[in-house]
Design a protein around this ligand. Structure first.
Ligand code: CP
Length: 361
């Protein structure tokens, strides 16, 4: 029987599949080839990715370790194609590539590419695949990373694509770094299983929430809370996924009553770049969904406050110095987990584990 590969299915048939079905075409032998969605990752893969990130982080502490890591992919090149603004995702992928020795190229503004001469986006990306071995893409166009993954797989240069943030769809590598941060935060308190995690803010338009809510279905007895004004509440597609995974959740609007109940609070900003009419978001009062310094008194001693960033006013700056605020740690974890992901894509995970066993034990 034909394996589930993108060269064995038409674009029309692939685009009709649901997300878990699509995910089967994106992994090869339980290893991601393209990285487009959270549905590609199961519990074992998340555990392995986290442990690999920790090994890379420890190896990178020494000059000899950095020499080893930097030699792994110094024969490969990665293209960073970011046509939506980004600080953390762009720079952490850039740094992750540097750690592993990959040379990088970048387009951050389509107005500097031949798209301005009328070239299609598809042809632009195909051009990148002629020069690079890995494409890392952020795009405002829904479904574009899927389309390009199918298209490139059906050329003579089937270069892997990593989704670094796709429209309102998904941001799978953000979710990987969020899970890694949760793994590390709950290392001494039984791990992620059984924890209560609240998503707060703009849950209707946040792609990080969609990806993380799904990744958390890999853990046992995790209860998810969705805390937002009704206009920005979580969308039915996310709830459908939780229902089919049998995950307990609660929809709430009283933020203060949820704070003492949970082990992690995942704050998000208002995503007004997706407003359909000018000023639409400004008309919604979100001030009851800000985490203030006073809220620290309500928060459990062992709980953590997270945020994918960038933030606006939804977390008071005074909160940053509280040990439970882990959002700056999240930023750095992004570099390690993305290095682990790239190493996995290039099948270098075993080599890194062997180096760690021989030199770091
Ligand atoms: N969290 C995140 O995606 O940040 P950037 O938009 O700065 O990449």
């Amino acid at each position: 029987m034909d394996k589930k590969r993108l060269f064995n299915i038409s674009w029309e048939d692939f685009s009709e599949l649901n997300l878990p079905e699509k995910a089967q075409y994106l992994n090869h032998n339980r290893r991601p080839f393209h990285v487009l969605m959270a549905q590609q990752f199961d519990r074992e893969m998340l555990d392995e990715m986290g442990s690999l990130a920790t090994r890379i982080r420890r190896i990178a502490k020494s000059k000899a370790g950095m020499g080893f890591l930097g030699s792994l992919l110094n024969h490969k090149r990665a293209m960073l194609y970011f046509t939506q603004p980004s600080s953390r995702t762009f720079l952490s992928f850039y740094a992750a590539c540097q750690i592993l020795g990959l040379t990088t190229g970048e387009v951050r503004d389509a107005s500097t590419s031949s798209e301005m001469k009328g070239e299609s986006r598809e042809d632009s990306v195909r051009t990148f695949s002629s020069y690079f071995d890995l494409l890392i893409m952020r795009t405002q166009i829904e479904g574009f990373v899927e389309r390009m993954s199918w298209l490139l797989t059906n050329t003579e240069r089937p270069v892997p694509i990593v989704n670094a943030g796709s429209a309102r769809d998904q941001h799978p590598t953000q979710a990987l770094l969020d899970v890694y941060t949760l793994q590390r935060s709950f290392e001494r308190t039984g791990g992620i299983d059984g924890k209560r995690i609240a998503f707060v803010g703009d849950l209707a338009r946040g792609r990080t929430v969609r990806s993380l809510a799904y990744l958390l279905t890999n853990y046992g007895n995790v209860k998810q809370y969705f805390v937002a004004p009704h206009q920005l509440q979580v969308t039915q597609d996310i709830l459908d996924q939780l229902d089919s995974a049998g995950v307990e959740y609660e929809i709430a609007s009283d933020f203060e009553s949820i704070i003492p109940e949970v082990d992690a609070i995942y704050m998000t900003r208002i995503q007004d770049e997706w407003d359909k009419t000018p000023g639409e978001s400004r008309a919604i009062d979100v001030s009851d969904f800000y985490f203030t310094a006073d809220h620290l008194k309500l928060l459990r001693h062992s709980a953590v406050i997270m945020h994918p960033l960038p933030r606006r006013e939804e977390i008071a700056v005074e909160v940053d110095s509280d040990p439970r605020a882990v959002y700056w740690r999240q930023v750095r974890n992004g570099m390690w987990i993305r290095a682990a992901l790239i190493a996995t894509l290039f099948r270098l995970d075993d080599e890194i584990r062997k180096y760690y066993e021989l030199n770091m034990r």
